[in-house]
Design a protein around this ligand. Structure first.
Ligand code: ADP
Ligand code: MG
Length: 192
């Protein structure tokens, strides 16, 4: 493993440990949710790309239901571990999901319901650690780095205060997110 990967792995482990140990989880989660749904990008988005949260992650089920209530369209990813690519699929209330590798829930059908990248207005980008300029450490697959290369919609990540670190070493392929929503407020990530 090269030095950069090693540093990232250490940062990942550190934050995951803190994530496991938080005591006021629901308070933080509620605060993040409330702030997200008040943003312009959320309110203006007709189609939102979002994952089905699992494990430690901030819940997305409530956000998906909120979006449905507001008449928005939800697109969830189906990943292809062979080439680390993803496609997004229309997800409607009552649609069945299946559990795939890494215990991720994905849409059952793959072909009928694809939502093209250009039609996703807002992407909620998952991640473990973030810097204030929007760089991110994910789970190590680089799925979103690849998908976001030519994505032109808005990008937002949900990141509690402890997930925001001073330095993340960016690589060529890194696409910083536009905004972080923490329990303390919004952070606009300046892209230079
Ligand atoms: N756009 C891309 N094109 C080619 N390889 C990529 C791209 N984005 C990421 N990768 C590769 O995928 C792997 C995982 O990316 P990394 O950024 O470490 O993961 P994550 O963002 O999930 O933490 C790395 O080997 C990285 O070089
Ligand atoms: Mg990355």
């Amino acid at each position: 493993m090269d030095k950069l990967s090693l540093v990232k792995e250490q940062q990942r482990k550190k934050i995951l440990k803190q994530w496991q140990q938080i005591v006021n989880r629901q308070l933080i989660e509620r605060s993040i949710h409330t702030k997200l749904i008040q943003t312009d990008v959320w309110n203006q988005a007709q189609t939102i790309g979002i994952t089905i949260s699992k494990g430690l992650e901030w819940d997305t089920e409530q956000l998906i239901h909120k979006a449905w209530q507001q008449g928005k369209r939800i697109a969830i990813p189906k990943s292809n571990p062979q080439d680390y690519s993803m496609s997004f699929h229309h997800y409607q209330s009552g649609d069945r999901l299946k559990k795939v590798w890494a215990a991720i829930w994905e849409p059952l059908t793959s072909d009928v319901s694809i939502i093209e990248k250009d039609n996703i207005d807002l992407m909620i980008v998952p991640g473990i650690a973030f810097s204030k300029n929007g760089l991110r450490i994910g789970y190590g697959g680089g799925f979103y780095d690849r998908y976001l290369q030519d994505f032109t919609g808005d990008t937002v990540s949900l990141a509690a205060d402890f997930q925001i670190v001073d330095t993340i070493y960016g690589e060529k392929h890194d696409k910083p997110v536009d905004m972080l929503i923490s329990n303390f407020g919004k952070i606009y990530c300046k892209h230079t």
